[in-house]
Design a binder for this molecule. Structure first.
Ligand SMILES: Cc1ncc(COP(=O)(O)O)c(C=O)c1O
Length: 380
């Protein structure tokens, strides 16, 4: 619940220094999470490996997977495997599916490169990568349908497109993709932590995300959801001693590989990262993702109204609320680099992407911060 928003904002010391509107790039770690991670490191320093057992074990290994599963409403927590980043998860899917020469993957021309190269890498196996063209910065479900044919094995799209902020309609897409006989893979990093995801209601087959943006977690850590029914279609391209059923028995080599997504965890997973992710996911579950989306949409609405009043061209689709996200991108009247520099000097942190400026507030930002940003833009 976000009833105590002012108190929650206190957990974001970044607000004391900046107007931080750059969550589509990297989010700030909440103070409470940073403190917990620091305490764990202090314990590691003081007691070595003993710190990982005992007091910390539950918060690291006991509950993280279950909390991530709750965040996306996975049926079983073992449908979640921890990864280094979004790309790592996408690579497990790309390398694991049984491709045949002549198969194709459908992607979009507005995807971040993380969701392109793992599929481009399949060209050497004779797989074609098709890029759906955007219409007014939207990836239309009918364009996805038109790009598919009987050789389409997989469609892969972002939940929210990184530059335009267009929020794909995952329900409609999942339906189209499955009716076309293909699998649906989602890069969720730009939407998770802002919008609810329910993988039981929205039947995506694979969903990959890193924790560093809207989930406000560690950089270089993430997870991949693999629908249990899809497991047998994915080759076990890598595994190791942690991926087997009886991993605690170091004196046997014949323990079967686990029959769930966790079999891709080949060795030790970074406990510090697990701790950071877990603490944040618990925060999100407490704050309530529905409340967070309402708040983010309210802030971006305020921003959109202000930008329109300044007669600036907004490239983020915003006619319908369902296509909006935490990202608002606009084309400045003059040099975008000059405006980005002015905003930076004023302590407003945003991203310049090509010829436009991308503003991405999170729920703890305030209307006053949006007004301050608009004032700098107006004065530029
Ligand atoms: C849509 C999207 N996917 C993935 C990434 C990052 O990928 P990774 O987590 O592999 O670093 C970004 C941004 O950095 C992104 O905007």
């Amino acid at each position: 619940m976000l009833d105590n928003l002012e108190a929650i904002r206190q957990d974001f010391p970044v607000t004391e220094r900046y107007t931080y509107l750059n969550h589509a790039s990297i989010g700030p770690v909440p103070r409470s999470t940073a403190q917990m991670m620091q305490s764990f490191l202090a314990a590691r320093s003081l007691t070595g490996g003993l710190a990982i057992q005992g007091e910390w074990e539950d918060r690291i290994y006991g509950t993280t997977r279950g909390n991530v599963a709750r965040l996306i409403n996975a049926r079983q927590e073992t449908e979640v495997t921890f990864t280094r980043n979004t790309s790592h998860g996408l690579n497990i899917v790309a390398a694991g599916l049984p491709w045949q020469a002549g198969d194709n993957v459908v992607c979009a021309e507005t995807e971040f490169p993380a969701n392109v190269y793992p599929w481009e890498n399949l060209r050497r196996k004779g797989v074609e990568v098709r890029f759906v063209k955007a219409e007014n910065n939207r990836i239309l479900p009918q364009s996805v349908a038109a790009a598919m044919d009987s050789r389409t094995r997989l469609v892969t799209l972002s939940f929210v497109e990184f530059a335009t902020g267009y929020r794909n309609d995952l329900d409609t897409l999942a339906d189209i993709v499955h009716r076309g006989g293909a699998l649906f893979c989602v890069d969720a990093i730009q939407g998770l932590g802002v919008f609810p995801v329910d993988v039981q209601q929205t039947p995506v087959d694979f969903l990959s995300a890193g924790s560093a943006k809207w989930l406000l977690g560690p950089v270089g850590f993430g997870f991949l959801y693999i629908r249990q029914e899809r497991l047998d279609e994915l080759d076990l391209i890598m595994t190791g001693w942690v991926g087997v059923e009886d991993w605690r028995d170091f004196f046997r080599y014949d323990s079967p590989f686990r029959h769930d997504a966790t079999r891709y965890e080949e060795g030790s997973i970074a406990p510090l990262m697990l701790l950071g992710l877990n603490q944040n996911v618990q925060h999100f579950l407490d704050w309530g993702v529905e409340d967070i989306s309402r708040r983010v949409l309210e802030l971006t609405e305020h921003l959109l109204t202000g930008l329109e009043r300044l007669d600036l061209t907004v490239i983020s689709p915003h006619e319908h609320e369902s296509e909006r996200s935490g990202i608002v991108s606009f084309v400045p009247k003059d040099d975008p680099a000059a405006l980005a520099a002015k905003l930076s000097t004023a302590g407003v942190i945003i991203s310049q992407r090509g010829n436009f400026i991308r503003v991405s507030p999170h729920f703890y930002n305030s209307h006053a911060e949006i007004d301050r940003t608009l004032a700098v833009i107006a004065a530029a």
